[in-house]
Design a protein around this ligand. Structure first.
Ligand code: AMP
Length: 478
């Protein structure tokens, strides 16, 4: 099977060739023909399957015949709308649209919250055929009348299940209400829950169902490993694993955004280059963190589930679950960040006794037991330690030794005079990081958004209780 056999136009074939793709992925082979026939489709596919090109290529082809090279904005109405749950995914989809559409005179714009709305308004006023948007900011544009969706021919809901999880249903309904009733609808979702089916029933017309296995099924390319470790030793074990295995690029998952910041800070204090990505960070900060991680400037990227959705990081070798997610599906999403594009990946989970039930439900979903590993010095918290708190490292053991097993530390430290305590903020007298204290950045945050950059969702909260773009529902991340 080749891209040419899918009847793609030469401009798209050239763009695909430039990307270095030799053959369509299964979702592309299945989705492109019915989309070109202008059918509605429901695609069950996760990130990593090539679904973006699966809908972007035929979408561009359908719009191409009426593409205009006229500079007049009136000749460039919005004809395709792609909705995504997160800013990162919106940015990635727009990048894909630009890459695949580079030989076509079609214009594209991306619209999401957390950044100044004015340049977006300017871009929309200039006229664009394809708009990639997160729902909240798109509604702001509709309210301000900076976008006209009356000529939309194709609607794409990307990662629809995530949008629903994040509480975007009311926003999606508002957007559907302003679209022309006759249009093509494409919906992509990693799962087809009853809620997704209900949503589809509301606006799709006898959709073609397309289902593909993950391009890299977790079972094939990702090896799973569990370290059973007391909660208080997790950070030290994480640092130890990174050092002892010389890990160069690790995506670390925590459940709550405040812990993402704190863990990143803690790792930095230990001398490991780490940064955090979560929904409270400005768009600029998130993009910068991601870029630094991709370029290898940061070894560790600490992320929450929401912030990591849709992240496309080529050849990410390690995902470490610092905390297990509370739903096994999120585990599958998390580990889907590694083992991509045919390269093997490793998913390591640090599991404390309180999390054993989550581990059990993950193993049930995977239909197998995850192998257990032990790291000398981190196996378990013995009773005496628990009573006296002796397991917590003394302050002078913090800094670059925090990740080393106790014995190795002792061996290294004996000949030396004790070092001065690092005494970082929010570290308790026992040297154990205190997650209950407010996080205070060491450096003043000069990139905080100016008032006019205030995320749209936060402003909207005042007027309507719909999903917020940056912190949609407090549950998963708060
Ligand atoms: P997606 O699932 O759309 O996020 O795509 C995952 C990754 O696969 C992206 O990095 C794409 O650039 C890449 N990709 C998409 N289609 C192909 C293909 N036909 N051959 C090789 N790589 C692809």
């Amino acid at each position: 099977m080749s891209f040419a056999s899918l009847n793609l136009i030469p401009e798209l074939l050239r763009a695909v060739e430039d990307q270095g793709y030799t053959e369509p992925s299964p979702i592309q082979a299945k989705a492109i023909p019915p989309i070109l026939e202008r059918r509605d489709i429901m695609g069950c596919a996760q990130t990593g399957t090539g679904k973006t090109a699966g809908f972007t290529l035929p979408l561009l082809q359908l719009l191409a015949p009426n593409a205009s090279s006229s500079p007049s904005p009136a000749r460039h109405p919005v004809r395709a709308l792609v909705l995504t749950p997160t800013r990162e995914l919106a940015a990635q989809v727009e990048e894909a649209v630009r890459a695949y559409g580079k030989y076509l005179p079609l214009r594209t714009a991306v619209v999401y919250g957390g950044i100044d709305i004015k340049p977006q308004i300017k871009a929309l006023h200039a006229g664009v055929e394809i708009v990639v948007a997160t729902p909240g900011r798109l509604l702001d544009h509709l309210q301000q009348k900076s976008i006209n969706l009356s000529r939309v021919e194709i609607l794409v809901l990307d990662e629809a299940d995530r949008m629903l999880d994040m509480g975007f249903m009311p926003d999606i309904k508002r957007i559907l209400a302003v679209l022309p009733p006759t249009r093509q609808n494409l919906l992509f979702s990693a799962t087809f829950s009853d809620e997704i089916k209900r949503l589809a029933d509301q606006f799709m017309h006898s959709p073609t169902m397309i289902e593909v296995a993950r391009r890299n099924a977790p079972a094939e390319l990702v090896s799973h490993l569990v370290y059973e470790v007391p909660a208080v030793r997790k950070h030290a074990l994480l640092a130890h694993l990174v050092r002892s295995r010389d890990m160069q690029q690790v995506l670390v998952f925590v459940r709550m955004k405040r812990d993402a910041n704190r863990l990143a800070r803690l790792l930095e204090q230990d001398g490991l280059a780490a940064t955090a990505i979560h929904s409270d960070r400005t768009q600029g900060e998130r993009m910068q963190a991601l870029e630094e991680f991709k370029q290898g400037k940061m070894k560790l990227l600490v992320a929450t589930d929401i912030a990591a959705r849709g992240l496309d990081i080529d050849q990410l070798p390690f995902v470490i679950n610092y905390e297990l997610p509370h739903t096994p599906e999120d585990y599958v999403h998390r580990i889907g960040r590694t083992g991509r594009a045919g390269t093997p990946g490793e998913a390591i989970s640090l599991v404390c006794p309180d999390e054993m039930e989550y581990l059990a439900s993950i193993e049930k979903l995977l239909k197998r037991q995850i192998p257990r590993a032990t790291a000398p010095g981190f196996e378990r918290e013995d009773r005496d330690q628990r009573r006296t708190g002796a397991h917590e490292q003394p302050r002078e053991h913090r800094g670059r030794d925090a990740g080393r097993p106790p014995r190795e530390r002792e061996h290294r430290e004996k000949p030396h005079a004790p070092r001065a305590p690092a005494a970082p903020a929010a570290v308790t007298g026992h040297g154990h990081f205190d997650f209950s204290k407010p996080y205070e950045p060491a450096v003043k945050d000069t990139t905080a958004p100016a008032p006019e950059h205030t995320p749209a969702a936060h402003r909207r909260k005042l007027t309507r209780p719909t999903a917020a773009l940056l912190g949609p529902r407090p549950k998963p991340e708060e």
